[in-house]
Design a binder for this molecule. Sequence first.
Ligand SMILES: [Fe+2]
Ligand SMILES: [Fe+2]
Length: 500
Amino acid sequence: MTTLPLKITDLIHPERLSKFMNRATESHAVSLTVLDSKGQPLPAPVERVPLPAESHGDPDLVQRGLKEKNPDRVLRHPTLPLYAAPLFCQGVSVGLLLVRFQKDSTDPKTRSQEEREVRQIRDHLQDLLDTGYELLNLSSEIVRNYEELALLYDLSMKLSAQSDLERICQIVADEVQSVLPAKNLSILLVDARTGVLNSKISVDRDGHRHPPFQLEPGQGITGRVAQTGQPLIVCDVGQDTGFIPASYPITSLLSVPMILGRKTLGTINVSDKLDGKEFSTYDLKLILAIAAEAAVALENARLFAEVKDLFLSTVKSLVMAIDAKDPYTHLHSLRVSEVSSILSDELGLSPLEVEQIKLAALLHDVGKIGVPEQVLLKPDKLSPREWEEMKRHPLHSVQILEQVRQFSHIVKWVRHEHEHYNGAGYPDGLKDEAIPLPSRIIAVADAFDAITSDRYYRKGRPEEVAVDILQKGSGIQFDPDVIRAFVSAHRKGRFKGLPI
Ligand SMILES: [Fe+2]
Ligand SMILES: [Fe+2]
């Protein structure tokens, strides 16, 4: 709804008002003017018959007219043929119509005729004001709908690319804070197994985080909203018997469920509007629309995570089956994958890069499936020919991984996992930065696991020995930056608890 009070000029365009007044002076023997709510004449010139000057300046009649509460009342000047009719918008006074007849008469019949005419003009003008108000409401509704639509479109674009729960919650929180500024905001997600609500985000208006909290199913106002799927506005939480005090003060609360189908995925909760007003049904509608978008994104992220888990466990079982051919390389790929992920993180790579390198490391020896078992499992030293056979395993890996479109970005990394920083490695003899960084990372992780794992001919050596050997190879076999990251991770104890 449009906010009151409004001005006459908000409701009728000055040109239209001017036309109306000219037409009225044509059809009635009057001159007239319209005053605003402060008693000032509106800039709507009457071309034909202007109101005589003395009529404007009758403060008593103007004041009485402006104070008049009855919309049907027409006031008459005690001596002049001058009338004042109040104008309203939704019951609120917006101004006054002054009508002056050209001829003065004391005849009661003429006077009641005059009053009828004034009413006619006033009713006509009031109709224009009412229509103006309806139009204004309609257009502001259209603008608001459009703004709402634009906002939701923008939000759905931002969310569509997201598969990370934390990120989705942050985007939703930012959106809610921008459309509904309030003292506190929290986003809670339902644990699908237990039904418990866990706070993912709980912040004040300055972005300071409140301690995380949990609610049992149905517990507190928010728990009730999640359980029933019904949004709530509570003006005074103190009056609500089910309210559970938070770690920060709350007076009023708006709580909206994020629902997909029949499943409640979580709630969005906003407490105490910054402007001090109560939450309106419009606020509720807006946050519900945002919650609907959020629910779709959350469900997509969950499905994505499920498919990703399935994919990763399939890859893991494939790789473990290959590693299991040799009891001495059992879980080798899993460990190399974990260590590569730690090194990538230590080097400051993005979470996405870390994840991709972790996958590449998991698959780095997949080509060993193409190496004959008598070579792969030979307990003695390999002959030069057998060694050549063994050195072909990165190329076998490439052949296998090239078949899967989703692996296209990691094929090169796996190909070069046995290159040496000084160019003495295989299969292409690349050196320095020409070797992809992920390959340089996997090379260090691979060597670390080879040193620390048992072999036919020796026991696995301690981590400290590996650190020593790897540091000696820095700049020769290994990238010095990756070795630095390795030493730093070792000092932090990040290699404890690897799969054995
Ligand atoms: Fe390898
Ligand atoms: Fe390896």
